[in-house]
Design a protein around this ligand. Structure first.
Ligand code: TMP
Length: 229
């Protein structure tokens, strides 16, 4: 099963993904955790270029092609082989980030982005996408306070992040059967309980939802679907 997490910056995806993976592994599932951009050695090199705050001259088309290049490598080298081996793949961001940030955020043509994405992924679409919703104001504030990596996109104006969030909400409306929306402006534990319930519903009844144990002080920080996993 291919599960992706999406959301504005600072929505707490990374922490939630880690907790979800721990829970699934405790229940005997083989889980591969990955992220975009990145997920492979080549993808991580592309990530460094994309997120370098000094690369302010980057053209919007170069940006989309770099995200897509990272994704193509990610799908071919890591995601498809893991799914073929029966593992659960959880990716921190995937193609919906391109639609939200480059499409709704930067204003690039959505159909063109979908075409590029289909080419890069050979049509691989997640079976479940969890959208962690939070206002850009709160999300960016959390990132500042959490001392997270401050990337080129964080530095965009607030209006950009507002367009990104509105874009995500539109994507959810277009494909409600694939998406599950979680209010991320709540305590970590509460959010995790809801996420587990949503994942459990997709995986079947064999896993029981339990309250997550959170380590103290641990602040951690796509298109007609052709193939659903
Ligand atoms: P993150 O690893 O902290 O989530 O940062 C990834 C950043 O890259 C985030 O600001 C969203 C952005 N991004 C895009 O703009 N387009 C994409 O296709 C992806 C995968 C990420």
């Amino acid at each position: 099963m291919f599960v992706t997490f999406e959301g504005p910056d600072g929505s707490g995806k990374t922490t939630q993904i880690r907790l979800l993976a721990e829970w699934l592994r405790e229940r005997g599932r083989e889980v591969v955790l990955t992220r975009e951009p990145g997920g492979t050695e080549i993808g991580d090199q592309i990530r460094a270029v994309l997120h370098d705050p000094y690369n302010t001259a980057m053209d919007a088309r170069a940006e989309i092609l770099l995200y897509s290049a990272s994704r193509a490598q990610h799908v071919a080298q890591l995601i498809r082989p893991a799914l073929a081996a029966g593992k659960i793949v959880i990716s921190d961001r995937y193609a919906d980030s391109t639609l939200a940030y480059q499409g709704y955020g930067r204003g690039l043509d959505l159909e063109m982005l979908r075409t590029i994405t289909r080419f890069a992924t050979r049509g691989l679409t997640p079976g479940l996408t969890l959208y962690l919703d939070i206002t850009p104001e709160e999300g960016l504030q959390r990132r500042r306070l959490g001392g997270d990596e401050w990337n080129r996109l964080d530095a965009e104006a607030l209006e950009f992040h507002q367009r990104v969030r509105a874009g995500y909400l539109e994507l959810v409306e277009q494909e409600p059967e694939r998406w599950a929306v979680v209010n991320a402006a709540r305590p970590v534990e509460e959010v995790q309980v809801e996420i587990r319930a949503m994942v459990q519903a997709r995986l079947g009844k064999e896993t029981r939802v339990t309250k997550p144990v959170i380590a103290r002080n641990k602040v951690t920080k796509q298109s007609p679907p052709l193939l659903m996993c």
